[in-house]
Design a protein around this ligand. Structure first.
Ligand SMILES: Cc1cc2nc3c(=O)[nH]c(=O)nc-3n(C[C@H](O)[C@H](O)[C@H](O)COP(=O)(O)O)c2cc1C
Length: 265
């Protein structure tokens, strides 16, 4: 019996060592905290947590994890953690944290509790992942998207009272909305008599576009500007008829900008 006990104890230790080694190799931080101790300190951290934060075990164990927070950490994120822990729910937040060298990083943090039968108490487990690169890429994409939006509706003043909006690429609902906004803004400032919308380089559009042009026409009418459309491809004209008969509207259409200018003058 004794022998059997020693054997399984050894087995248990081996198993623990194995689990520890495995968790150390996880490409993320893993910590365990003990809520029965004053201020819920960390009692375990894996290698990933040390690599992520730059701290050594002695500087980590015994402290509450909040020491990673700093000036730019939002209270919204901290409050979310507090609330989740109080309600004993798994919390996932992206929180701004700081490494030992002071450099900030975005921490995708997950916290959950586990009840350990043998100890008769619950512990908290935290998993930390550095998502700084992804956040930076998202910010960059956001920046480029707004740049593309801005570039997608270039309104070019041609001469006194006439501007042209050359449309290139795809016309979708979002772009139409953007167009309505920038066109009304432009016309309010310029008080143009004519706005030429050139569609010769539009290669795809959705059904909403016909309605959008109708709306744009109404809007410009109210502002005292005549909408002129050029470069409409035959396929577009055919598809338009069920929505709005362009010839019914006070809408001028020409084959090209050149023709439109010639006629307006
Ligand atoms: C297991 C566990 C891991 C945690 N890991 C982090 C962490 O990596 N970064 C962080 O800013 N907060 C972390 N926290 C949250 C803080 O320790 C603390 O709970 C939070 O700041 C809210 O409490 P407070 O208002 O007392 O600061 C963790 C909490 C637990 C329980």
């Amino acid at each position: 019996m004794d022998h059997h006990y020693t054997f399984s104890k050894l087995e248990e230790i081996q198993q623990n060592e194995f689990i520890k080694a495995a968790i150390d190799r996880v490409g993320a931080g893993v910590v365990i905290t003990d809520p029965e101790q004053e201020d819920n300190p960390m009692i375990y951290c894996n290698q990933g947590f040390k690599d992520l934060t730059g701290y050594e075990s002695e500087e980590i164990l015994g402290r509450n994890c909040r020491f990673l927070q700093g000036d730019d950490t939002t209270q919204v994120a901290v409050e979310k953690i507090r609330k989740g822990m109080a309600q004993d729910e798994t919390v996932t937040v992206e929180i701004k944290n700081y490494k030992k060298d002071g450099s900030p990083f975005w921490n995708e943090l997950q916290i959950f509790s586990v009840f350990i039968e043998q100890m008769g108490q619950k512990y908290f487990v935290g998993v930390q992942k550095d998502v700084t690169k992804r956040r930076e890429q998202e910010e960059l994409i956001g920046h480029y998207l707004s740049e593309v939006k801005r570039l997608s509706t270039p309104i070019v003043p041609l001469e006194e009272g006439i501007s042209v909006l050359p449309l290139v690429g795809t016309l979708d609902d979002e772009r139409l909305q953007q167009m309505l906004e920038s066109v009304s803004h432009h016309v309010k400032e310029s008080k143009d008599d004519f706005l030429i919308m050139d569609m010769s380089a539009v290669h795809s559009y959705n059904e909403g576009v016909h309605m959008g042009i109708y709306q744009m026409n109404q809007l410009l009418d109210l502002m005292g500007t005549t909408l002129v459309i050029t470069g409409i491809k035959p396929s577009f004209a055919i598809q338009s008829t069920p929505y709005a008969d362009f010839s019914d509207l006070s809408l001028l259409t020409y084959a090209s900008v050149k023709q439109a200018l010639y006629s307006i003058r």
